[in-house]
Design a protein around this ligand. Structure first.
Ligand SMILES: Cc1cc2nc3c(=O)[nH]c(=O)nc-3n(C[C@H](O)[C@H](O)[C@H](O)COP(=O)(O)OP(=O)(O)OC[C@H]3O[C@@H](n4cnc5c(N)ncnc54)[C@H](O)[C@@H]3O)c2cc1C
Length: 575
């Protein structure tokens, strides 16, 4: 099996020629880091991922975690790999400098997250949650809490978790029952049970920092009554070292379809000592900081698994010989069967679109952080649910295609192709299911400003089409025509949904996931147009033939799906 190749050169091309990331780097690092440095950083990440973290992917899948006497032990090799990851400074690389991090912008973090997720998704979830927890503490916690908890979270000495879900309260957080009572000393006694807590307990670090959504006594019902609490596994002593064990107990570890190496825990809080993060009854706002980081992160996990599934399938198809390949000499491998070629090109062209789209959203987030309430922040808000929903649904499809390329061998666990599908399957579920992303996109991001951001995004696609139209390359011309046709259909879908929102909101919700998919497909075509334009502008170092092939395939096979989705959206709810 071919080793994992981190897409370092691809990111270099995208960051330089498609996204123009240097001004973003300047703004976030004060001019200290340039694109050559980023390439080097990604190279180091790629080496750690390929040499240390990926070799544990199958091991973790097979051995999972064990819960013995209330303690979770992780799969063999994970402790050492995590140590290498934390000591390499990878946890805090994207956290703000004021929080003790390196301040790398989201465009760099996105690339790093892809690489580590591709190598071992179950592993990379742990540090990903620590980053979210550090953000929440940095943004909302008191100075005392920041002093005590930020350094170990940012360095990776401790990890963080996110505790929202309870048995009766999954998507709808209004049903949360975990309760917090204030003690005379100002701390809080947190009581209740949380389920599905990712990396909720483990033996990688000496302490774990749980961020827990709970209801204070007498708080209003529903979402408005939620507050956020920080509850450590061990109560820190004055000098910051972990002391007495807190009353949070691991009740069980779930048996799951995939990500076996990631301990998904049921945690019982039995009057555990906690501290309020942010204001009382403002818990959801504080948790949203964490959830937004996590949504983009989960989208990127999908990209990582998808690219890894593609790389494995492409390597297999280049060697496996089966049947006579139409129009090719005897002994030609299956990669040349037109249908296997279709599968591989579908995977590759979609991965390219996903990667560029993810970088574009990261770039808007970076600009929005420096200049809130601008077009960049509106675009970031509009596209985050599209990114989360589309990339994660694609990851399942691409991992599935990867198995198909392998034939029967793909169904056999030893090959490794099946693990990607099992791992990817959680991605469209956690951090808000695809339906929840679609509700956010349609109800909040589309309808609330009467389609203004959608129109702005359509105009951006049009402008990319105009740039591409200047090239008389045949694929450029075909892509221009396909994008123009897709835009007409996508605008029609937008107008239809805005009407449905007034007339019958059930119709709007019935078509929401289709609309999200349509935006993903259109964003992918838009990205291919920009990639192709950049490649044709500087063909000497741009791998232009491959990029043109990907754009052509994507246009014919994926952009072409947009009108059928408009048709389904127009039908509304079928009753
Ligand atoms: C492996 C794993 C790890 C997890 N990690 C964490 C974690 O670290 N922390 C944490 O707090 N939680 C975690 N979760 C929980 C996860 O976020 C929830 O499972 C998810 O939000 C869905 O909630 P639910 O399972 O209760 O499903 P439900 O909310 O019951 O949803 C069931 C179905 O109904 C649909 N549905 C529900 N409401 C609506 C609606 N309003 N509109 C349209 N459709 C709707 C959903 O889309 C879904 O298809 C994890 C779950 C798993 C399986």
């Amino acid at each position: 099996v071919a080793d994992y190749q981190a897409p370092v050169a691809e990111y270099d091309f995208l960051l330089r020629r498609v996204i123009d990331a240097q001004p973003i780097l300047d703004a976030s690092t004060g001019g200290e880091v340039d694109l050559a440095d980023v390439r080097e950083i990604l190279g180091h990440a790629g080496a750690l991922a390929a040499e240390v973290i990926e070799p544990l992917n199958a091991i973790g899948d097979r051995s999972g975690n064990a819960l013995t006497d209330g303690r979770v032990s992780t799969a063999p090799g994970f402790t050492e790999a995590y140590k290498a990851y934390a000591e390499g400074g990878w946890v805090g690389i994207g956290l703000p400098r004021e929080a003790g991090g390196d301040g790398m912008p989201a465009v760099v973090v996105a690339a790093l997250n892809e690489i580590f997720s591709a190598a071992n998704m179950a592993f990379s979830l742990g540090p990903g949650l620590s980053v979210g927890a550090a953000y929440a503490v940095f943004t909302a916690a008191s100075d005392d809490l920041k002093r005590l908890y930020l350094p170990p979270l940012v360095s990776g000495r401790w990890t963080g978790t996110m505790n929202l879900t309870e048995p009766q309260s999954g998507t709808d957080l209004a049903g949360i029952r975990t309760i917090a009572r204030q003690r005379p000393d100002g701390t809080w006694a947190v009581k209740g049970q949380k389920i599905f807590v990712t990396w909720g307990d483990h033996d990688l670090t000496e302490n774990i920092v749980h961020l827990v959504l709970a209801r204070t006594e007498g708080a209003p019902a529903g979402l408005a009554g939620l507050s956020l609490f920080l509850v450590p596994k061990h109560l820190p002593r004055g000098d910051g070292t972990p002391g007495e064990r807190n009353a949070v107990h691991t009740v069980s570890v779930e048996h799951k379809l995939g990500i076996h190496a990631s301990p998904t825990c049921v945690l019982d809080y039995d009057d555990a000592t906690g501290w309020l993060v942010g204001d009382q009854h403002r818990g959801l706002a504080a948790m949203f900081v964490m959830m937004n980081v996590a949504r983009v992160g989960v989208a990127t996990q999908g990209l990582g698994v998808a690219d890894r599934a593609y790389q494995r399938a492409a390597a297999y198809a280049a060697e496996r010989v089966q049947g006579s390949v139409e129009g090719r000499p005897a002994g030609t491998p299956i990669a040349e069967h037109p249908d296997v070629r279709r599968l591989l090109l579908s995977m590759r062209s979609t991965v390219s679109a996903m990667r560029a789209f993810q970088l574009q959203v990261a770039a808007w987030l970076d600009v929005a952080r420096a200049q809130p309430n601008t077009e960049a922040s509106a675009l970031a808000e509009f596209f985050v649910p599209v990114l989360k929903g589309w990339l994660t649904e694609n990851s399942v499809q691409i991992a599935n295609d990867g198995i198909q390329v392998h034939g029967g061998t793909g169904f056999i666990e030893e090959t490794g192709a099946a693990q990607y599908l099992r791992d990817a399957r959680i991605l469209p579920i956690y951090e808000g299911t695809t339906a929840i992303q679609a509700n956010d996109l349609t109800r909040r991001k589309l309808v609330r400003n009467n389609g203004a951001t959608a129109q702005a995004a359509h105009a951006l696609v049009e402008s990319a089409v105009r740039s591409l139209a200047r090239h008389d390359h045949p694929v450029a011309q075909r892509t221009v025509q396909r994008l123009n046709a897709a835009l007409v259909s996508a605008r029609e879908a937008t107008a239809t949904l805005l009407e449905q929102a007034k007339d019958n909101p059930r119709d709007l919700l019935a078509g929401g996931v289709h609309y999200l998919t349509q935006w993903g497909l259109l964003a992918g075509g838009w990205m291919h147009a920009r990639i192709l334009t950049a490649a044709l502008d500087a063909p000497e170092d741009s791998d232009t033939a491959r990029r043109a092939l990907d754009a052509d395939f994507y246009g014919a096979h994926h952009l072409s799906r947009i009108p059928s989705l408009t048709e389904a959206i127009r039908a509304g709810e079928i009753v």
